[in-house]
Design a protein around this ligand. Structure first.
Ligand code: CA
Length: 223
């Protein structure tokens, strides 16, 4: 799950990023609204965390002018009066959390936002014998819970959300943050690891490579 964190306080930004990464999110950081707009034009995000007092404008103004198809927004601000919180929500925020907040709660609020109806995410994905709970990141193959690495689950999620071949660029943008350094072989190595794990779990040859194009999961009936 990919999150854009709009926060100008460097210390808070890196602390939040580290915490959310531990909870399975890929986080990109923008220090101001200008950079945030560039990020949003470049990539697709599942949610946005928005600070309000930013060097080049107020988050409330940005919210009021943001396009309807933007990802859900969690405001994370030190402005804590009832009026300020009501203003944030009435301006279009999907949720509002007062600083300082524990990273566990930020992560839980993000998961709740992402699985809301109307959001493009659903919590339980099924494909043949493979089942993925996108909230808990639990993977089951033929009913058995399997231990997969974080990026392996991210890759599996991208492939399970789409039918047919998924382009390398789409996968890379969903699995790695824009600021993560991605070597050309990283995705191939990741796909090999996932393929091996699925085979170990009894799903042999279910993940296919279309060389130079992308990857797909074979359609299989549950057995
Ligand atoms: Ca600020």
């Amino acid at each position: 799950m990919r999150v854009l964190l709009i926060e100008d306080n460097e210390q808070l930004s890196s602390l939040t990023t580290r915490g959310l990464t531990r909870h399975g999110f890929a986080v990109d950081c923008a220090r101001n609204l200008g950079v945030a707009r560039e990020f949003l034009a470049l990539g697709s995000f599942d949610a946005i965390i928005l600070d309000l007092g930013l060097p080049d404008g107020d988050g409330i103004d940005w919210l009021q002018g943001a396009p309807d198809d933007r990802p859900p927004v969690l405001v994370l601000s030190a402005r804590n009066t009832v009026d300020e919180r009501v203003l944030g929500l009435d301006s279009g925020a999907d949720d509002y959390l007062v600083k300082p907040a524990e990273v566990e709660e930020i992560a839980a609020r993000l998961r709740a936002l992402i699985r809301r109806p109307g959001s493009r995410q659903t919590a339980l994905l099924l494909r043949g014998n493979i089942q993925l709970n996108t909230d808990t990141r639990d993977v089951r193959v033929a009913g058995r819970s399997m231990l997969f690495g974080r990026k392996e689950v991210d890759l599996l999620e991208v492939l399970m959300r789409r039918n047919g071949v998924v382009a390398r660029e789409t996968i890379e943008s969903a699995v790695y943050g824009l600021s993560d350094p991605v070597t050309p072989n990283a995705l191939d190595a990741l796909a090999s690891r996932l393929r091996r794990r699925l085979a170990d779990a009894g799903e042999e040859n279910v993940l296919h490579t279309v060389r130079g194009v992308g990857y797909y999961l074979e359609e299989r009936s549950p057995s």
